[in-house]
Design a protein around this ligand. Structure first.
Ligand SMILES: [Zn+2]
Ligand SMILES: [Zn+2]
Length: 684
């Protein structure tokens, strides 16, 4: 019997290589899905390229079944997975099998064949639809961008820098139309599941009669498998999805769009910590597809690549229909009365919202902290509402009278009195969205004491299925005067009647130890500003208010001018002189343990291995430090930064380091619960 290499998901710490040899009754094409015995289990596997191993034939097990009703995963898909596994230092089999739909792991050959028959039948009957909506006639600015896009070779990645409301989607639709017309498939990535229905509706209207499927984690397992199969079989022309969709096999792939390419949700935060945006660029090259990255506030990595000419930058600097960008007003909090009774909003901002209400316009006020107050405090003995399992405060939620830890979820009823000294007068410190909502209701009540109509959108108020849609519906219907929320409300939503957006307390990011915090803040504020004045009739009055103690900060100066280029230039200068990305390359080694000393010891032992490894002369390994929130759910978390000016040197080094770390873990001397390498980490 021929022997084959098969990628299977073996636990990394077991020390098994992640492709194993099996015997097969017949030769099988690379990429064929099979079912294989693994220990006492039977698992899904993929026939993988590679030489014969050293295990003699008589010690090998035969495959259980071949799932050859499904075409093999093609060479481009195999290359993408191989690259991601190597680059992000994760087992090949683990990665390859984890990016397949979970449902696929459960099916035997006959069940799979049944699903495929059903899919073909469904696809045969739903193809025809009404007439497709005609493309909008482009603005002169859009027309210029479309012409530039058409003139750009497909092999050059395109960075589409367009302010909010400038019609980036129209450019995506144009590129998709050309791709489909050429008989190829398009993949469109969005950062959030919530944004897929809107976009799906627009693509569906434009491409009536074409098959569009979506892929994200909120689908049922059966739906997800169906979408994946439709893409893999080439039955679907368009795939819309979140980061996990980057691994969808698409044999005719001709276009990848990454919308809001700067968004941190494109980076996976567990398992293989891949960046779907970066993989999109790599994958496009593999499949001779065009890649289009779009954003109003591109990541500084992409911006710098465009500066270097490696990406083609296309600009949409104005809003559709000539609508103006909102005027930015900074409120200098140093100049405001000190005694406002703890009110979050300054008098001029309150007055501006009052005027909006009187005119029947809407305001959006956001604060990046949910709950009522971040901590409860006893003034007598100094007790604070700490979490017993984490190095963090528990947040006071007034609606259900709970103290909740936002890190581990530990929840208790609010105590009647201070648990330490019995003082009945324990008070909230600071404020979250719940308290902001309450204050706005009180401060903006009319002469009869009737509060304005307020909606709150945050992770608490939208926990129930359908509640986000209901809240958004009320805003769109004009049943809301003031919308309060966390940054959740700033993303993507097309509010027509909002003419004022206010950031209550954004300053903390200016002085964060994370070098990316200003970049994120600028993106957030620009995105938020983009929610104001989206319809031309309201654009004249649109304003973005920022309450700040540091009105002279250059970030706010750039914001006032809506000048992303100036902001980026300043940041890139700082990054270059500090030796930070995109001018240097980073990886983070993280370790979790019951005791901080154990995590520290593991990282120190890892650091001690480093000097002997290839590439080490070009790599700096820094000292282990605790994470900003060091203890979560009783686990101590430490990390250690690795930096190099050379990406190949860093890759070379990591490739030798990772196996050595497995050995370190297996040696058993250091009791860490888990460890992981994060290549190109987003949070430092
Ligand atoms: Zn007390
Ligand atoms: Zn906790």
């Amino acid at each position: 019997m021929p022997r084959l290499q098969v990628a299977v998901d073996t636990p990394q710490h077991a020390g098994l290589d992640t492709t194993l040899d099996y015997l097969s009754e017949q030769p099988l094409a690379l990429g064929t899905l099979v079912r294989a015995p693994l220990g006492k289990r039977e698992v899904l596997g993929i026939v993988w390229p590679g030489g014969a191993g050293e295990v003699p034939d008589q010690d090998l097990k035969p495959l259980v079944a071949v799932l050859d009703t499904l075409p093999a995963l093609d060479a481009a898909w195999q290359s993408l997975v191989t690259f991601a596994s190597g680059y992000y230092q994760r087992g090949l089999g683990e990665l390859a099998l984890s990016v397949l739909p979970p449902e696929l792991h459960k099916l035997d050959a006959s069940q799979l064949a049944l699903r495929l028959r059903k899919l073909h039948k469904a696809m045969a009957t739903t193809a025809d639809a009404g007439p497709a909506e005609a493309p909008l006639s482009p603005s002169p600015e859009q027309a210029a961008v479309l012409a530039d896009l058409d003139a750009t070779p497909a092999a050059t990645p395109v960075l589409l820098h367009g302010v909010t409301g400038s019609g980036k989607t129209e450019v995506y639709l144009h590129a998709a139309a050309q791709t489909l017309a050429a008989g190829r498939q398009a993949l469109v990535l969005v950062p959030e599941i919530n944004l897929t229905p809107q976009l799906e509706a627009r693509f569906a209207a434009r491409f009536a009669g074409r098959r569009i499927v979506s892929l994200h984690s909120a689908l049922t397992p059966a739906q997800r498998l169906r979408s994946w199969l439709a893409a893999h079989l080439g039955l679907a022309d368009l795939v819309l999805g979140t980061r996990l969709a980057i691994f969808t096999p698409m044999p005719r792939l001709g276009l990848i769009v990454v919308d809001e390419e700067h968004d941190p949700s494109y980076k996976q935060q567990e398992g293989a910590r891949y960046s779907a945006r970066d993989l999109a660029v790599y994958r496009a090259r593999l499949q001779d597809a065009r890649v289009l990255l779009g954003s109003a506030t591109p990541s500084l990595e992409s911006w710098q690549r465009a500066n270097e000419g490696r990406y083609r930058r296309l600009e949409l600097p104005s809003r559709i229909g000539g609508a103006l960008l909102p005027r930015v007003r900074l409120v200098d909090m140093n100049q405001q009365p000190k005694d406002r009774g703890g009110a979050a909003l300054s008098p001029p901002l309150l007055e501006a919202i009052r005027q909006r209400i009187a005119r029947g316009e809407q305001s959006l006020v956001f604060l990046n902290r949910r709950g009522y107050a971040p901590v409860l405090h006893c003034a007598d003995c100094g007790w604070k509402s700490g979490c017993p399992h984490c190095s963090a405060w528990r947040v006071f939620h007034k609606l259900d009278r709970t103290l909740r830890c936002h890190h581990c979820g530990f929840t208790e009823r609010v105590p009647r009195a201070c648990p330490e000294c019995g003082n009945l007068d324990i008070a909230p410190i600071g404020r979250g969205t719940e308290r902001l909502e309450e204050q706005i209701g009180q401060l903006l009540a009319d002469a009869q004491g009737v509060p304005p109509r307020i909606a709150r959108i945050d992770a608490d108020s939208t926990r129930l299925k359908g509640s986000l849609e209901a809240q958004l519906g009320a805003v769109h219907a004009g049943e809301v005067d003031v919308l309060v929320g966390t940054q959740m409300v700033t993303k993507g939503h097309d509010f027509r009647r909002i003419t004022l957006v206010a950031a209550v307390n954004p300053d903390s990011a200016l002085f964060s130890s994370d070098f990316r915090a200003p970049e994120r803040l600028f993106g957030l504020l620009m995105q938020a500003a983009g929610r104001a004045g989206r319809s031309a009739e309201h654009a004249q009055a649109a304003e973005m208010w920022v309450q700040t103690w540091h009105p002279q900060h250059p970030l706010y100066a750039a914001l006032r001018q809506h000048d992303f280029a100036a902001f980026a230039e300043g940041q890139l200068k700082e990054r270059e002189s500090a030796g930070l990305p995109p001018f240097a390359h980073l990886a983070m080694l993280r370790a979790d343990a019951k005791q901080a000393e154990a995590a520290q010891d593991f990282l120190q032992a890892a650091a001690d291995l480093a000097p002997a490894l290839p590439g080490a002369d070009q790599v700096s390994v820094y000292a282990p430090v605790p994470l900003p929130v060091a203890r979560v759910a009783g686990v101590e978390r430490m990390q250690m930064l690795v930096e190099s000016a050379s990406r190949p040197a860093l890759q070379h080094f990591l490739a030798a380091w990772a196996p050595a770390l497995h050995g370190l873990r297996r040696s058993g001397a250091r009791k860490v619960l888990r460890w992981a390498i994060d290549v190109d980490p987003l949070a430092i």
